[in-house]
Design a protein around this ligand. Sequence first.
Ligand code: ZN
Length: 148
Amino acid sequence: MALLNIIQVPDEILYKTSKPVERFDGRLWQLLDDMRQTLKKSGGAGLAAVQVGYLMRMCLVWLEKDSYLELINPEILGAKREKKGAEGCLSIPDITVRVKRFQELRVRAQDRNGQWFEMDLKGLPAICTQHEIDHMNGILITDHEEGR
Ligand code: ZN
């Protein structure tokens, strides 16, 4: 495993739209493992592939302790309880922005073997998943700022 460099603003890749993941092979697993190690080291709650330089629709979301959820080609199926909260981003150091997010989410995604699954998320993992899907669409927390 290797630590990856987390790309920061204003690198233009962060504003690009990621593409669906189509190959579920050893190279993908290596990247996911490296992303996990990188996220763990950073202490962040989530990491999208674009933040380490890959325009691929996938991310890791911290669940608890050493447990991280891998979401590949994620889609939001349902959302409840929208609320504003302070949020940071590993790609934008020293900034927090108040962002409106759903506190409960039902998501559909593929795992690292390409198997589709559905699950319910609540609280931080739910908020984080929305943040990471924004990354896949080239959207940053600063785009959510009041009046924009
Ligand atoms: Zn972020």
